[in-house]
Design a protein around this ligand. Sequence first.
Ligand code: DHB
Length: 381
Amino acid sequence: MTHKRNTLRGLAAASLALAFGFAAQHAAAADPIKIGLILPMTGQSASTGRQIDAAVKLYLAQNGASVAGRPDTTRRLAQELVVNDKVVALAGFGLTPLALATAPIATQSKTPMVVMAAATSAITEASPFIVRTSFTLPQAAVSIAEWAAKNKIKKVVTLVTDYGPGIDAEKYFSERFALNSGVVVEKLRTPLRSPDFAPVLQKVRDANPEALFVFLPSGQGAAFMKQFAERGLDKSGIRLIATGDVTDDDQLADMGEVAMGVVTSHHYSANHKSAVNQKFVDAFKKANNGMRPNFMAVGGYDGMRVIVDGLKTTKGAGGEALLNAMKGQVFESPRGPVLIDAQTRDIVQDIYIRRVEKVDGQLYNVEFDVQKAVKDPGKAK
Ligand code: DHB
């Protein structure tokens, strides 16, 4: 993957995956504090980059003036953008391979690395400098497996993207479902790049399970749902269940009737009922021409919060001091209460069971059940 250096102002025009840094005035020294953010900006993960970029900008617009106690504005930060060296933190990482490739750099340079999107369980074990503000696929998959088993679903086919998070989703869904007397009759996978869902959907039809469990990375849900409907699977009696990546708020509004009633598990819905979320959604939409925030936006927003609060504690210092200031942070996210587990550096959060419904004429993931304070099951070995 090619990464392009760019400025914040040039972000929208970037044509390749992008790396950018921004600068804030250090409280004690004239040197700016820099954070390097690496995000995919094109191709099927483009929405991840767009959502996180918008959330990071929103966080800085709302809070940037108080970074390490100095009144700096987002505009000033943009002018001083650099990507090369001396960043106090690395942040972003829209896909697992990108996070894993960067982990050794974080370790060698002792730079805290905040994973705002990628969600394979093992990522946090790739460097002691990694902190995660997104989620893990085991967190989501275990909850929907329990819901399915409790709701008289006994026979399931799984369909996942064939790389880290998909393999986690398949494994943790299947294991938990089996513990609850469910049977996975077939395990299907599609490639990360340019997947064709037609052949796997034919296999699903042939296997005729009670439900199909799906994980696809953010950005692929709409194409999948279209195929699911075109091949008549929505009328076949096979229920669709998934992790919330599939009914992604970035694409859900345009998915149409086929998405209605789909049950998923995830850590964030734009429809989450809380004052903190209402404020976040309103501010995000206002700052982005009405764009609805998705779970990637929340990972980016909370990631910025964790970095900025850490920098307040260290008075702008990076390295191990910043890492330690990130560990153990507890706060109310737009998604609900969260903790950055000091031992694992991974996020502990509520996982919701949601159903796609119309709210004021628009499709939303409406939460109807919750499992509180879920630690990544991938680490409880
Ligand atoms: C990953 C990417 C996604 O877009 C997603 O929804 C979940 C996981 C990943 O690569 O880890």
